[in-house]
Design a protein around this ligand. Sequence first.
Ligand code: NAD
Length: 498
Amino acid sequence: MTTRTPDWHNLAAAIRPDGRMLIGGVRSPSVAGETFDCISPIDGRILTPVARGQAADIDTAVASARKAFDDGRWAGKPPAVRKKILLRFAEKILAAREELALLETLDMGKPIQHSLGVDVQSAARTIAWYAEAVDKVYDEIAPTARTALALITREPMGVIGVVVPWNYPMLMAAWKLGPALAAGNSVVLKPSEKSPLTALRLADLALDAGLPEGVFNVVPGYGHEAGEALALHMDVDAIGFTGSTRVGRKMLEYAGRSNLKRVYNELGGKSAFIVFPDFGDLSRAATTVAASVFFNQGESCNAPSRVFVHASIADDFVRIVAGETPKYQPGDPLSGSAEMGAIVDDTQLRTVLGYIDAGRDEGAKLLAGGHRVRAETGGFFVEPTLFDRVSNRMKIAREEIFGPVLSVIRFRTEEEAIAMANDSSYGLQASVWSDNINRAHRVARALRAGTVHVNQYDEDDITVPFGGYKQSGNGRDKSLHAFDKYTELKTTWLRIDE
Ligand code: NAD
């Protein structure tokens, strides 16, 4: 059997994305009729005007979601029925895989084979996994005295506001939609203004799959308009947010200023990757860090952007990483062969270049990359960049860059490595490389991060929780733990007469 390879350039030339919002099962312009341009970072072209949702649109969407929740058209369905509809939704995502992958790549710049093989697949798997869980999770009966029965049940919360970033637009949405919808909630999703297209298509597909109107609404728009209005809304019960720590802080303020809605923040990171000299395969550690930090143009919250390497092996380590960088030179994201695509927009490009300048100015040694490339395409591309001789006090080691920039910091003792790794306001992920089982466990235990990898960085699965310590956020996406965010725990006491 031969596999057909789509002609992505032809498909890209032909695609006509629909930028209208989706509220109550209907595509429509915004109340004010305003739009913003959705620009492709690949070549700077305008893909489509997109409805610019504002407070009035959020009001309509929340009212629609509330009505759908209150009349039980979704929450009231038997779990097996919700499961069936959500499984169909996952199938529709897979059936539309080429269109969704193309929209994702055109919208935010990642290589098409990654959109197709990673983002679409993982989004579908996420929805299917939560669908499967719906009729397998049981509630509890407490071990109380015989004169009473205490039922501990989980109930859907109501209307969930979901606000997501642009780096994995579809997948971040799916991580919230899966558990929120499976639990019976209604959702109003505000995608990033930099990548709104796949979210809108997801909502079309959910409707096609039989999700009742009003259960899943999408209002595109700017953060300070639609995002703020959603997070301040008095009739939204919880916010599932993924984005920067700066905006996560605002989400907590909005909740405090409005109805104390639950706020679940999945925020930034500055993940540490620690390589000890007793790890035998230095090459595997070095190639893994390059693959992980340059994946998705470095625009990953869990990118291992601070690498702590023992001084005795650091020269060899950086030589191998530098030798890997040609593999990750940015190329045409639609080619199917480029391992790195475009940075999401001009603003982010300038942010990344600004950090590279800061690294140079503070005295770090630039070993590879450091420049904008492919500017003649009209797109926003940066070379994979490697800094050696970084100190943990430098700006490039303290702040999240969200671009393809790796900082190598040398250490001499285990204690020093742990102290520096933990000396960060973030605590999303970490990795320790050692063949000494005692050391591996000791260091993994000492690291203040939501996920710690040992001798690898790439394992990931929907079955495990994802989230951070410290200013990387609260609550967890993925796994059954995510249901905690979108359900209320109710105790019902029944008296039993002897
Ligand atoms: P961002 O915080 O700028 O924006 C995220 C979302 O919030 C967007 O939809 C945006 O429109 C909205 N927003 C912005 N200002 C707002 C406001 N005042 N009120 C309400 N909403 C507002 O983040 P970004 O640049 O889109 O994404 C990058 C960030 O996301 C990075 O910090 C990254 O680490 C983080 N991230 C975290 C995870 C995780 O799981 N922990 C996953 C992916 C990305």
